[in-house]
Design a protein around this ligand. Structure first.
Ligand code: F6R
Length: 608
């Protein structure tokens, strides 16, 4: 949930740390802090609130040091205060630590450390780590860290520096993302490559149990048993501009608007027109096994889970494979039945979501075949699964997922094609799907032309307190996603509902103050959706319809209509979700909310 950055080299650390924190501020923004060894003396500055508050505090502060670490916090233990903000330090002001994760046994550790004379100043679980390191510190920082870590239960990505062992940053990871950047006579550490890409594109992704010691001119990585580990150096394949706002007022808007490009990037080189199939390089290793698969589990959280629900309809209808979709947080605790011929697919933008990783670990423990759809290259889900497909949607910085969702849907369509053609799907059907998928970037561009109209709609509806989102079949998950987008960034209450379920309860909510967004393209359930809209009209509920271009009848029963182009039913969610993303965005902005920093949320849920 939090963001870590660290620098050791020949340059001044402070501007590099601040730049890194700015790029990681989507990961946590309730408080922040840095520590730099300035002429050997640790200078630690922290601030509550957005990063600008820390910047203000640091104004005019000319720190010369070239070793330091920084942190943006999304609180889990203890309120939002300067004491609870990172970096934390030991009793002597010698050792400083930044941490992402949760220490589950912190209470017992803390009690013991207090009884041994350690003084705690925060309410955090993190502070126990630093006092443990202090306990073992005899002049060698990595030795002390190595002795402390086995006593911790929980998760961590951490970076530590010490005044009394000053030419080092010690870094460790357990279930919380961390990478090391390799520059010219300088090393960086970060939770996200975006934090360091201005300095280097060469990165090493750390694995669980690894401990790294960075010095100004070297680094070495060891596993938990002190064995030296040789790691692959990865090259980041996107550039700094892609991680910046590019003239848009918010990352969320930029990421919505760039969906024609991000979907194009997702599809690049993957459609085979002649054979009506898909080329998914990441699945080549397991393609023979996939022929045998008789059942799919798709497991994910939040928006990625809604993509999974769409994938379920696709795989069942076109590939003929029975499929379930589960929230990772439920799946990990239920007794799921894994036959030999089940494949489990994990979908995650960040590839670091704790529940998704735990569900994945459980499937692996049972010996199941694991696949993934992941956006962040080199992330844990990607590395832990047997095979997978990267989204290549580019960095998604906005906390609310938008372009990752449409990219996930595009890959699920490709996967359906791939698996369908391994089975009964005819050449003609495959070719028709290929043709239609290749039109999607262009069609999504047409949907975006409605941006102005959607903004006007948001003006009209901005003062309503409640919304219902309705859809059926492929657009039922889109209704759930539309409601999630609205509530998470504008804090307006919104419910997503399968339209057929409305009569079983939610219809009681409807009156003239409770508008409904009905997703009703011309598809196999259109007539049913029209009946549901009539039921809402009968109760005086305002209706905004997302409908297919040319459907004039819908204007007779809906108060407002946003049109999307006609496409194959299975692909409509990629188009129908875009107006809902824009609607949520404008509603938030018009209500004075910052959509890039929704309260209580963070981009990557690396804790349970
Ligand atoms: C909502 C949103 C979240 C994520 C969820 C899973 O806009 O972004 O619901 O979809 O936290 O995250 P990933 O995909 O990184 O596993």
């Amino acid at each position: 949930m939090c963001g870590i950055v660290g620098y050791i080299g020949k340059q001044k650390a402070l501007p590099i740390l601040m730049e890194g924190l700015r790029r990681e501020s989507y990961r946590g923004y309730d408080s922040s802090g840095i520590v730099v060894l300035d002429n050997g003396k640790p200078v630690c500055v922290k601030a509550v609130g957005k990063l600008e508050n820390l910047e203000k505090k640091l104004q005019g502060n000319q720190l010369d040091g070239s070793v330091g670490v920084g942190h943006v916090r999304w609180s889990t233990h203890g309120g939002v205060t300067e004491e609870n903000a990172h970096p934390h330090s030991d009793c002597q002001g010698n050792i400083f630590l930044v941490h992402n994760g949760i220490i589950e046994n912190y209470k017992e550790l803390k009690d013991k450390l207090i009884s041994e004379g350690h003084k705690f100043v925060s309410e955090t679980d993190t502070e126990t780590i630093i006092h443990l390191i202090e306990k073992f510190f005899k002049g060698n920082l990595e030795k002390a860290v190595r002795e402390a870590l086995p006593l911790l239960k929980g998760t961590y990505g951490l970076a530590v520096i010490a005044r009394d062992d000053p030419q080092k940053i010690v870094v460790a990871r357990l279930s919380s993302p961390l990478l090391v950047g390799l520059g010219d006579n300088e090393y960086l550490v970060a939770s996200d490559p975006a934090a360091i890409i201005a300095h280097t594109k060469k990165v090493i992704y750390l694995d669980d149990g690894e401990i790294v010691t960075l010095t100004p001119d070297n680094f070495f990585i060891q596993d938990a048993n002190q064995n030296h580990v040789e790691k692959t150096v990865n090259e980041i394949d996107w550039n700094i501009e892609e991680a910046q706002k590019g003239g848009y007022s918010h990352f969320m808007l930029k990421e919505i608007i760039e969906q024609p490009e991000s979907i194009t990037n997702t599809l690049r080189g993957k459609l085979i027109a002649e054979s009506g199939s898909a080329k998914l390089g990441g699945l080549e290793l397991v393609q023979e096994k996939l022929k045998e698969v008789e059942r799919f589990n798709i497991v994910a959280c939040g928006t990625a889970y809604y993509a999974s629900l769409v994938g379920r309809y696709m795989l069942e209808e076109y590939a003929g494979i029975p499929c379930e979709a589960d929230f990772a947080s439920e799946f990990r605790y239920r007794k799921f039945i894994l036959t030999k011929k089940t494949a489990s697919l994990f979908i995650s933008q960040s590839g670091e979501t704790a529940d998704t990783l735990a569900a994945l670990a459980e499937v692996k423990r049972k010996g199941g075949l694991t696949l993934s759809i992941v956006n962040v290259v080199g992330s844990s889900v990607a590395r832990e699964t047997d095979a997978g497909v990267y989204n290549h949607a580019g960095p998604e910085i906005g906390v609310a997922s938008t372009k990752a969702f449409t990219s996930q849907l595009a890959i699920l369509a490709l996967l359906t094609l791939f698996l369908g053609r391994q089975r009964e799907m005819s050449l003609v059907t495959g070719q028709r799907i290929v043709k239609e998928i290749s039109r999607i970037p262009e069609l999504s561009r047409k949907v975006l032309e409605n941006n102005g109209k959607i903004k006007e709609l948001a003006e009209k509806y901005k003062n309503f307190d409640n919304f219902l989102f309705l859809g059926r079949k492929y657009n039922y998950p889109v209704a759930l996603e539309g409601a999630l987008k609205l509530k998470e960034i504008s804090y307006i209450h919104a419910e997503g509902c399968g339209a057929g379920e409305m009569k079983h309860g939610p219809i009681a909510l409807i009156d003239e103050k409770f508008p409904t967004v009905a997703i009703c393209p011309l598809d196999s359930v259109y007539e049913k959706m029209v009946s549901n809209i009539e039921e809402i009209r009968a109760r005086k509920g305002p209706v905004i319809a997302i409908a297919t271009e040319g459907d004039k009848d819908i204007e007779k029963i809906a108060d407002d209509v946003i049109y999307i182009p006609k496409t194959l039913e299975m692909l409509t969610p990629i188009l129908s979700v875009i107006p809902l993303q824009l609607f949520a965005y404008h509603m938030a902005v018009l209500n004075g909310k910052d959509p890039d920093y929704p309260r209580n949320l963070a981009k990557s849920c690396t804790v349970e």
